[in-house]
Write a protein that binds this ligand. Structure first.
Ligand SMILES: Cc1cc2nc3c(=O)[nH]c(=O)nc-3n(C[C@H](O)[C@H](O)[C@H](O)COP(=O)(O)O)c2cc1C
Length: 406
């Protein structure tokens, strides 16, 4: 199931063999499945296929040098080693396999191979006589004994005209083998759209109406969804939060912009999580110039903003919709009403009147309601609360999958 590759970080090592041309398609297949790919090429590999091709296909600069200060400063061998979930060498030449088996670290690929804790895999590709050579087989046995996954090779007609074992597996097959190395996360294969932060509603070019939302809960949820294997789009209002790893972020300012971004992102979404504190109203008129101070009183005419979560819940087909209720009184009663009125699948309510949790805090406590169920998530860090909430969502989705379709 290729969906397991969503969000995975793969270093693809390319060594010097004819099959290097197939690495180009492999990069495509891995990326199509949602993986991020960084390519590392040996000097010999660059004689067979250009870094430019693999750079264009991977969307990242290709790494070729161990001893280049500029390259090392951009993303060094240790950083690459730490970044990877999987290091796959495809094609793996006989020479390269020998270096990997012996722990020789004389180029970027063989050095990061030693420096990584990631899962390791090789896809050998060579002439059938080389493949049968006892020295090659001994090196492979060493790699296998250390837990390195060996993909292939296949048998057939070879570039040199020989027939036999030694052809690199096709890209589609290699991508499937890579996917098999990863466990399924509870949201693997799902697309989740999360909104976070406040919106800003302009009064004039320098002023706006907004609220105290920090975006912390939404960002923690986006991170937790990515960790659970989902492809995540985070539609963020103006906040000072770093983008979580493996999350696609779309920045917006006003409620109308947020609605437009959500409408676009949600078309193929399985789950919509609305944590943003969207302004209920916006000024009817946005002054073209800064409003001058004059009269003692000043009246603003406001118009209602669209209800983003209700708009998503009204779509057909619709994703699973999780809303948030930030209430200051009769929290559960208001939340249950909101669940039904807006036709949400689940609602998480927090009591923002409590001083120890809520908008700017690093902690939260939630009561989660859905039709026929309720769960209290006791006070904890927003990242832990987010993980627990994601597990509740995943459990409901799994139940929906089991339920007969209406
Ligand atoms: C035209 C040509 C094709 C080659 N094809 C292969 C191959 O398919 N498999 C292999 O193991 N070596 C092959 N080699 C030999 C490797 O390129 C050579 O051993 C080189 O040192 C590998 O370096 P690397 O492992 O650092 O990339 C080929 C050499 C040439 C000239």
């Amino acid at each position: 199931m290729l969906a397991r590759l969503a969000n995975k970080r793969i270093v693809l090592g390319v060594s010097g063999g004819i099959a290097a041309y197939k690495s180009a398609e492999l990069v495509r297949r891995l990326r199509d499945a949602g993986a991020e790919v960084q390519v590392v090429m040996t000097p010999a590999a660059q004689q067979f296929i250009t870094p430019l091709t693999l750079q264009a296909l991977s969307g990242n600069p290709v790494h070729t040098d161990l001893l280049d200060p500029a390259a090392e400063a951009a993303m060094g061998h240790i950083e690459l080693a730490r970044w990877a979930d999987l290091v796959l060498v495809a094609p793996a030449s006989a020479d390269c396999l020998a270096r990997l088996a012996q722990g020789i670290a004389n180029d970027l690929l063989s050095t990061l191979w030693l420096a990584t804790k990631a899962q390791l895999a090789v896809a050998p590709a060579m002439n059938q006589q080389m493949w049968a050579a006892p020295a090659l087989q001994a090196n492979l046995a060493v790699l296998r004994a250390r837990g390195v996954a060996v993909f292939g090779p296949a048998a057939g007609v070879q570039a040199c005209g020989d027939v036999g074992e030694g052809r690199m597996l096709e890209a589609v097959e290699l991508a499937a083998r890579c996917a098999d190395l990863f466990e399924t996360g509870s949201l693997t294969g799902r697309h989740v759209v999360v909104t976070a932060g406040p919106t800003r509603e302009a009064l004039d070019p320098v002023r706006y109406l907004s609220n105290h939302s920090s975006g912390k809960m939404g960002f923690a949820l986006a991170a937790a969804c990515a960790e659970a294997g989902a492809r995540v789009t985070l539609v963020a209002g103006p906040v000072h939060q770093p983008t979580p790893a493996r999350v696609r972020r779309v920045n917006v300012t006003s409620a109308l912009e947020m609605l437009a971004a959500v409408e676009q992102a949600v078309a193929d979404a399985d789950v919509f999580i609305a944590t943003a504190a969207v302004a209920d109203y916006r000024p009817q008129q946005v002054a073209g110039q800064k409003i001058k101070k004059s009269a003692d009183t000043f009246t603003l005419e406001l118009v209602k903003n669209p209800d983003i979560v209700a708009a998503v819940a009204a779509r057909t087909p619709r994703p699973f919709v999780l809303g948030f209720a930030a209430e200051t009184e009769r929290v559960l009663e208001h939340a249950r009403q909101k669940l039904e009125r807006k036709r949400l699948d689940m609602i998480a309510c927090n009591d923002v009147a409590r001083a120890d949790i809520g908008f700017q805090s690093d902690d939260n406590a939630l009561t989660v309601l859905w039709s026929g169920g309720e769960q209290v998530l006791e006070k904890a860090s927003k990242s832990l609360i987010a993980r627990q909430l994601v597990q509740l969502v995943a459990a409901r989705l799994a139940e929906e999958d089991k339920a007969p379709q209406a």
